[in-house]
Design a protein around this ligand. Structure first.
Ligand code: SAM
Ligand code: DTB
Ligand code: SF4
Length: 362
């Protein structure tokens, strides 16, 4: 039966659709760089289930929720660092009993990289306890990057502050990612580190980006900061001109001898909230569940993956502290139906699956 055109005199009146009252602030997962602190704090304060539902919905828009990227970490130069980062076992200012080691030989590093590739890691991250690399170190780290690339692994380094020229040299060698964390909010930062400024860190991130490398930048929670500081850290990261491709969220590993050794536990749900808010603010970035996983049980890992974490450091050691063994992670992946992410799919095209993402809500 023909129907009258809408709006014509004989058209049946269209019943107005009552808007459904949102139960929480709406976060669709659009890429934004203008996040206000109050908005982020409001995300944090939502009921836990509302926050997780939003974060997971955003996660599915950009990623396969059943894939987690795995990176392996190696300390290529350990201890005797002149900086005073209050959390760090490698600072020379604190007696943590750590034995300092000089820069590893290139071939030794490549041996470890081969083992990492064999164990299924797709990215190999090399860390040095330096304030910044000396120019005399550069030929060695360049050789490490080239060797790691030849193994078919993605490469990442964290060597402290970089000059523009050093960033270019690493980029020319083929370094894929540079890790340099903002660590916390600008307001809380001075309570944790005095030997380099927040601005210094932002400058290094600028040099890395200008040299054309991908950025890995995040922070640490559980250092005695307020929720507002966690919001402030994520605000800084999300309002960078381009979101870091990788965002490590570290839970403080309390090390005897450091000023933060006796810091109180952070509520595990607050940690999950931080992951969820990072996911919402930087929807297309890999959010990495980083240091502190030894203290997290399987249920907490599963909740973190649901909230949007999709990358881990894999292998029994971080830089100097223990990490769950690879077998333990693989066993949990199998129980959860998670597959390790293959290389080069880091930024898969958007996947707005209508079952999980209500595109009409835009
Ligand atoms: N020395 C370089 C630098 O700080 O730029 C690179 C290595 S540093 C160990 C890399 C990062 O590890 C730090 O920025 C911090 O976020 C994290 N980290 C260090 N000690 C930690 C701890 N005890 N718990 C959690 N994260 C930690
Ligand atoms: C990051 O954000 N976390 C990793 C990596 N980047 C270099 C380091 C964690 C270090 C934890 C303390 C340790 O093992 O010394
Ligand atoms: Fe040094 Fe890096 Fe540790 Fe700070 S975090 S003390 S810069 S190794």
């Amino acid at each position: 039966m023909p129907t009258a055109a809408p709006g014509s005199p004989s058209a049946a009146p269209v019943a107005p659709v009552a808007p459904v009252a949102p139960v929480a602030p709406v976060a669709h997962g659009d890429i934004r760089h203008d996040w206000r602190r109050e908005e982020i704090e409001a995300l944090f304060r939502q009921p836990f289930n509302d926050l997780l539902f939003q974060a997971h919905t955003v996660h599915r828009r950009y990623f396969d929720p059943n894939e987690v990227q795995v990176s392996t970490l190696l300390s290529i130069k350990t201890g005797a660092c002149p900086e005073d980062c209050a959390y760090c076992p490698q600072s020379t200012r604190y007696d943590t009993g750590l034995e300092a080691e000089k820069l590893m030989e290139v071939e030794q590093v490549l041996e470890q990289a081969r083992a990492a590739a064999a164990s299924g890691a797709t990215r190999f991250c090399m860390g040095a306890a330096w304030r910044s690399p000396k120019n005399r170190d550069m030929p060695y780290v360049v050789a490490m990057v080239k060797g790691v690339k030849e193994l078919g692994l993605e490469s990442c380094m964290t060597l402290g502050m970089l000059t523009q020229a050093q960033a270019r040299e690493l980029a020319d060698a083929g370094l894929d990612y540079y890790n340099h964390n903002l660590d916390t909010s600008p307001e809380f930062y001075g309570d944790i580190i005095t030997t380099r400024t927040y601005e210094d860190r932002l400058d290094t991130l600028g040099h890395v980006r200008d040299a054309g490398m991908k950025i890995c930048s995040g922070g640490i929670v559980g250092m005695g900061e307020e929720q507002g500081d966690r919001a402030g850290l994520l605000q800084q990261l999300a309002n960078l001109p381009v979101h870091p491709e990788s965002v490590p969220i570290n839970m403080l590993v309390r090390v005897e001898g450091t000023p933060l050794a006796d810091e109180a536990d952070l509520d595990p749900f607050e940690f999950i909230r931080t992951i969820a808010v990072a996911r919402i603010l930087m929807p297309a970035s890999h959010v990495r569940l980083s240091a502190g996983r030894e203290e997290m049980n399987e249920q907490m890992h599963a909740l973190a993956y649901f909230a949007g974490a999709n990358s881990i450091f894999y292998g029994e050691k971080l830089l100097t502290t223990p990490n769950p063994g690879a077998n333990k992670d693989m066993a949990l992946f199998a129980r959860l139906g998670i597959a390790p992410e293959a290389r080069d799919v880091a930024h898969a095209p958007q996947n707005p699956d209508p079952r999980f993402y209500n595109a009409a809500a835009h």
